[in-house]
Design a protein around this ligand. Structure first.
Ligand code: OAD
Length: 229
């Protein structure tokens, strides 16, 4: 089977009712990203950060995968598919995708704030102050915050470099290193991008760009992807 690697961003979950980051003008539901998604924010106000992610988690639990997530899962009948997602929701998994790399972590994992190898599942929507790891430190969301390293980037690069077909869905491509994944793909492979607003990056001339939403855009290119599988 050929290898299909898909890089997804907030746009693929937009039709499931989860707001994207930058479509609302840099604010995420009234919060500035720097106030909630940085190690400094955690130092300053852990209660605010926990609350912010609790609200995100609650929303993600209420959301259902959409046709876009489902088509990516269906493509496993034709390809060895790896989904590299910047999203912290679990809609790819719930749609049936079996190999998902969460570059920016997961809402459904907590981790120790002193030892990043101590990771625990989060059951339900709420993480609270006072919940501690085995070493006694406060648990934080297992999310990669701005200014932190992206532990799974090397793994994602290894998959991108071996891709036979590469697809990008619903990302503004402004956050690095995630956006650099495009540049690790081989030059002679088919590359597609689906987004209602085609990002203006130097890689775009090498992509077949489909200015459409994730669900309808994926439905449009699915037959083409099957044809070249
Ligand atoms: P952005 O909010 O930056 O971009 C969302 C993209 O989705 C934009 O290009 C939109 O045009 C597109 N979009 C909107 N509706 C869509 C739809 N129905 N179908 C397809 N595309 C649609 O989100 P990301 O690129 O994912 O990082 O942001 C990257 C990272 O920045 C996030 O992972 C997060 C954020 O700060 C961390 O939390 C570390």
């Amino acid at each position: 089977m050929k290898k299909l690697v898909v890089l997804t961003g907030a746009g693929i979950s937009a039709e499931s009712g989860i707001p994207t980051f930058r479509d609302a003008g840099g604010l995420w539901e009234g919060y500035r990203v720097e106030d909630v998604a940085t190690p400094e924010a955690w130092q300053r106000n852990p209660a605010l950060v926990l609350d912010f992610y609790n609200q995100r988690r609650k929303r993600a639990l209420q959301a259902e995968p959409n046709q876009g997530h489902r088509i990516l899962a269906e493509l496993e009948a034709y390809y060895d598919v790896t989904v590299v997602t910047q999203n912290v929701d679990n809609l790819h998994e719930r749609a049936g995708s079996s190999h998902v790399i969460h570059l920016h972590g997961s809402l459904f994992e907590a981790r120790s704030s002193v030892d990043e190898s101590l990771i625990y599942p989060v059951n339900g929507w709420e993480m609270k102050l006072g919940e501690t790891c085995a070493k006694g430190s406060q648990l934080r969301p297992n999310i990669v915050w701005f200014g932190e390293p992206v532990p799974r980037m090397e793994e994602a690069i290894a998959y991108a470099a071996k891709a036979d077909v590469f697809l990008v869905v619903g990302t503004s491509l402004v956050v690095y290193p995630a956006a650099s994944l495009l540049y690790y793909t081989r030059h002679n492979i088919p590359r597609f991008l689906i987004d209602p607003n085609i990002p203006d990056t130097p890689a775009m001339p090498h992509f077949t760009c489909i200015a459409d939403k994730a669900s309808s855009g994926l439905a449009r290119i699915k037959p083409r992807l099957i044809e070249i599988a």
